[in-house]
Design a binder for this molecule. Sequence first.
Ligand code: GLA
Length: 618
Amino acid sequence: MDFSLRKRFRHFLLLSILSACCLVAQAQAPRHTFALGAESFLLDGQPFQMISGELHYPRIPREAWRSRLKMAKAMGLNTIGTYVFWNAHEPQPGQYDFKGNNDVAAFVRMAQEEGLWVVLRPSPYVCAEWEFGGYPYWLQNVPGLKVRSQEPQYVAAYRRYIQAVGQQLAPLQVNHGGPVLMVQVENEYGSYGSDKQYLALNQQLFQQAGFDGLLYTCDPANDVAAGHLPGLLPAVNGLDQPREVKALVRANHNGQGPYFIAEWYPAWFDWWGAPHHTVPAEKYTARLDSVLKAGLSINLYMFHGGSTRGFMNGANYKGGTTRYEPQVSSYDYDAPLDEAGNATPKFLAFRQVIAKYRPAGQPLPPVPAARPAAALPTLQLTRVASLLSRLPAPVVSSTPLTFEGLRQAYGFVLYRATVRGGRTQLLKITELRDYAVVLVNGQRVGTLDRRLNQDSLRLALPKGPVQLDILVENMGRINFGKYLLENTKGITQNVRLDGREVKDWRMYRLPFDTAPVVAQGTAPTSAATAAPVLRSATFTLATPADTYLDMRAWGKGCVWVNGHHLGRYWAIGPQQTLYVPAEWLKKGANDITVLELLKPQQATLPSLAHPILSELQP
Ligand code: GLA
């Protein structure tokens, strides 16, 4: 054997030993039984009251998963709940991603290491104030595909995906030695439809993917009858009167329990332009007490919301003249743990209640100290470039293409056409989704906002050929209700000038799926520009700590720090700060880039040691 061969042989031997060890370790992990008793869950045959809290792995930096799980323990939770997010794991058809912040199996194993059980919700529809309710955008590119139905193309895509999820997570069910007590199929289906065959198909697909433990459904009280599947436990969302919960479950489950409130809301989420939601703990402690006293199991939605990073927020829309309501990036939720993972008064109040129901001799772990937070020195983002100076090669088409048509999930598309000027004309965009900055010859002349049902703008066009640019932002696909089925983005129909359709478009894809940077030495854009800009700076830190970028003086856009897309900001509020976790900052040099749509001259960026989530600006 020559030297390299010997080296390879040794490597092979080492790997074989390692994988043999893993197999033994897996085989040795203690398996448990988890079953439905008439009144309560049975863990290894003993009554078990699940005191669970929801938190979502993509909404927490991976580096902080463990400390959040320790906080869950410290509040007295014995279980955590999480959805599994299809569009995070299959961003393009057949391209699976279970790495880094998407490594849901690692998250679940970590919960087990921390002594927590897990309730898993791969639904695959999740709602969750998440883009398209968790569905990948590309489903909409398959003609005739219909989500949340038995439509064969949907079922085929669903089957492939849930098989991939099963490979990751089925081995982590309690009956295989993992911490997953039970697995939820669909999500509040009763609020959406009434096709029991479709529900049964979900059950089959899950079982075929290896989910051979306990399955359940969950629905709001009024929709349990429509959303439950005979044979599976019907869990209840949003109801917390023990007597009512019991009656409802019994009525739909052969007169028996156990009783599980699968989503109990200690507050609510926020959307742009509407007041921040808070609910004082006092309103909820007595209710939690009565639920626990009655022996019911519960999952707090949310125990910790965290932040919806990147462009992954969803939106609500109920049709007609109702408003399209895109959710903000903070998912603080006024939950027991705040956006940064610190204990709030609600955490302490709930902890006191839960402490009363601890088994004797098992005191709660102490509450970990709050994370240090500090303002950064005020930043000057002086490296600047016009967005229009950094366009990729365009896609050319006589009519405008949607994001989906351009095979683009999120972010922005710049639509460009040359039109004949010389007078004032009425620009009208039919079915704009969702927000547009309109530019004439490179200068911003107005904006259109779907939230406000704005679709037209008077344009004073100079003589001769005029360059018309419409920069369209996808503000988040609808995540709830029947408009899930109408979720394409961009200019989804047509553009007219004084009634005449504008043809011959060049479309520039701007997905911002990697962080943009304005390099040192970039020639500054002319000060007169009114076009959207990118601004960058580098700053040094001695000791990284949590910080909150104060975007109040800025207009609208998004921010990247050290390659992490922090999310969107918008002066209208209520969210005014973007949370930067210490884990994403470095000792030494750090990079920041802002995409600003409306205030290209803004360069000063202060930060705070606390969030502002409740400031609406007119
Ligand atoms: C429903 C859904 C959740 C979430 C909440 C609101 O109950 O099941 O995913 O959207 O509403 O936060």
